[in-house]
Design a protein around this ligand. Structure first.
Ligand SMILES: CSCCC(=O)/C(O)=C/O
Length: 177
């Protein structure tokens, strides 16, 4: 179960509370055994902190049996401290937005934080680490940010769109960061 943090910094410890939050957001949260499904192509990406297109394809092929079927688009996003344009990429993620598609994220390396606006207007942040698979339903208002390591490698599946598309809602993010 990924770590869920409330606006006041309280970490959700009670599995029933975590399950209620996840259910209210319509999220799918699962843990994948990356050691079993591990992409053989990931190590050079981490070492060189760079992802080539052909290697992204190899990673996706490696994981083919572990990924849910029925998604039209997919990619591998790899962000490292030296990634070209990292700050503008992160600025696009760190604004409240929705997607018109159901989308899946599988974290392969590094870590990140998804923030969500709950139906009652409250907000939570959920830290995701390697092996975490998160399904974000169409219309769920959220944002994404990196942690101090500024590193994440993740597979993204898009329901009907070929690539990442966001509609910004710009609800103010109330977390102090
Ligand atoms: C870890 S995936 C990168 C962020 C992303 O794809 C997304 O949809 C943010 O809202």
């Amino acid at each position: 179960m990924p770590t869920i943090i409330h606006l006041d910094g309280r970490r959700v410890q009670d599995p029933a509370e975590a399950a209620a939050i996840i259910q209210s957001l319509g999220l799918t949260v699962a843990g994948l055994d990356l050691a079993a499904a591990a992409p053989t192509e990931l190590e050079p990406v981490l070492r060189r902190q760079r992802l080539d297109n052909w290697r992204a394809e190899a990673i996706l092929a490696d994981l083919a049996n572990a990924l849910p079927p029925g998604y039209a688009g997919r990619d591998v996003v790899a962000l490292f401290p030296d990634t070209d344009g990292l700050d503008s990429i992160l600025a696009a993620f760190h604004r409240t937005h929705v997607h018109d598609d159901d989308e899946i994220r599988l974290i392969l390396a590094g870590e990140g934080v998804f923030g969500f606006v709950l139906p009652d207007g409250d907000q939570v942040e959920i830290t995701v680490v390697p092996g975490d698979l998160v399904g974000v339903p169409a219309g769920a208002e959220h944002w994404f940010r990196l942690t101090e390591s500024r590193t994440v490698v993740a597979v993204r599946l898009f329901g009907t769109n070929p690539d990442w598309r966001a509609r910004y809602t710009d609800t103010p993010i109330r977390f102090p960061h």
